[in-house]
Design a protein around this ligand. Structure first.
Ligand code: AMP
Length: 396
């Protein structure tokens, strides 16, 4: 059937891709081009249970997409089934409230938003331009991480700073992980009929982490802000702090405010507190062998996640569901339990046996009998959403 979509997530030094068929349900091939821009770059294809790594001569984004094209030329039935390309785009600002077919205006719009996502948006624009050049005639769609949160009310998205900053510069909360939240909201409505008429909290916990409140299928508040630095403590990001710390850190270390921000982005969070790793799995292993710093970092992560769940919940009429997703949310029974231990005042309780035995990669209800809120583990699937948006837009 002619319904395959190439999904591309193009970063500054990496390009992840997948080809999805059967209305996004089947992944035919997937892979990643790593260390782009360096002499050690390579591209890995995972196909038919095998991994194939190819060195990239010049490490450019164009070379990476050329390799995907070459691979398709050697797999003609997949090539023939390809009908479109879907791109993940981190920042869509206020211009993009939903996914769109890409034309030059859209590329310009993505480039305009680069001031808020300087590492991501220029790379997305480059990936799109290269894909247009190499896959001439194939329609392309942009799917924005911010779009799902464009339903927030001004009282949620405005910062309490002079209004001129919003009017003149569009400084406001945008929120991220929107494609994941949209997937979770739609999937929950399939497995728990009526949830799209209720209040839903979602914790997307991965190396980047955020929370979202969803009412009647629409985002009503989220923890990330103008950039993905706000909100929860993350792998290497501090999340929300007193902004005065930026000035204190830069004075104490004799560095600029931008350098201090870089520390909050890249050397803080789980890594900064544990002084071991940003990786939850590594920290859980360290904690099991008695490392108190690892335990402190994980318990801080749990406490701050619970706080941000409670915070976004204030935009809901009721908390009917809580969903855990993302690498940590889907896999760490320790953190799910620790987070919910901080939410008992909200009558959110999980069953420890169901939680500990939740099968990897599966959807699971882990609610305790005395909980007012139904608690779920649902693996996210952003690629599926990108493929479905692409199919729907190119059919119109
Ligand atoms: P993501 O950014 O969504 O890919 O999530 C990455 C995070 O998920 C890392 O901190 C991993 O350590 C964590 N993670 C993945 N698998 C597990 C696991 N089995 N137990 C605990 N954490 C995990």
């Amino acid at each position: 059937m002619k319904d395959s979509i190439l999904v591309i997530n193009c970063g500054s030094s990496s390009l992840k891709f997948a080809i999805l068929a059967n209305a996004g349900k089947t992944t035919l091939v997937e892979g990643i081009a790593d260390r782009l821009g360096s002499s050690e770059s390579s591209i890995t294809f995972k196909y038919d249970g095998q991994k194939n790594v190819i060195a990239l001569n010049d490490g450019s984004h164009k070379n990476a997409v050329s390799q995907i094209k070459l691979w398709l030329e050697n797999h003609t039935s997949i090539q023939a089934s390809l009908v479109g390309i879907g791109h993940r785009v981190v920042h869509g600002g206020e211009a993009f409230t939903k996914s769109v077919l890409i034309n030059q205006d859209v590329i310009n719009g993505i480039t305009d938003c680069a001031k808020f996502a300087p590492l991501h948006n220029p790379a997305h624009a480059k990936g799109i331009e290269v894909a247009f050049e190499l896959f001439e005639g194939l329609p392309q769609v942009a799917v924005f991480d911010t779009a799902f949160h464009q339903t927030l009310e001004p009282e949620q998205y405005l910062y309490p700073i002079p209004m001129s900053f919003y009017r003149d510069h569009h400084f406001r909360k945008y929120g991220f992980h929107g494609t994941s939240y949209r997937y979770i909201s739609q999937r929950l409505a399939q497995i728990s009929i009526g949830s799209d008429q209720q209040g839903v909290l979602v914790a997307h916990l991965g190396n980047g982490a955020s929370t979202c409140a969803i009412s009647h299928g629409k985002s009503t508040d989220t923890s990330m802000g103008i950039t993905p630095l706000e909100g929860l403590m993350m792998g290497t990001r501090s999340g929300s702090i007193d902004p005065s710390l930026i000035s204190f850190i830069s004075q104490a270390e004799n560095i600029t405010a931008d350098e201090a921000l870089d520390i909050l982005s890249k050397k803080s969070g789980l890594l900064g507190v544990s002084e071991i790793s940003n990786d939850c799995r590594t920290l859980e292993e360290a904690m099991m062998s008695g490392d108190q710093r690892a335990k402190l970092a994980l318990d801080m992560f749990a406490s701050r996640t619970a706080k941000h769940l409670a915070s976004v919940a204030t935009s809901l009429e009721s908390i009917d569901h809580l969903v855990f997703t993302g690498g940590i949310g889907e896999n760490s029974s320790y953190l799910r339990q620790a987070i919910c231990n901080n939410l008992t005042a909200l009558n959110i309780n999980i069953d420890s046996t169901l939680n500990e035995n939740a099968p990897r990669g599966a959807e699971q209800n882990i609610t305790a009998t005395n909980s007012k809120t139904t608690v779920w583990v649902i693996p996210t699937n952003e690629e599926l959403m990108i493929a479905l948006d692409t199919i729907s837009l190119i059919q119109h």
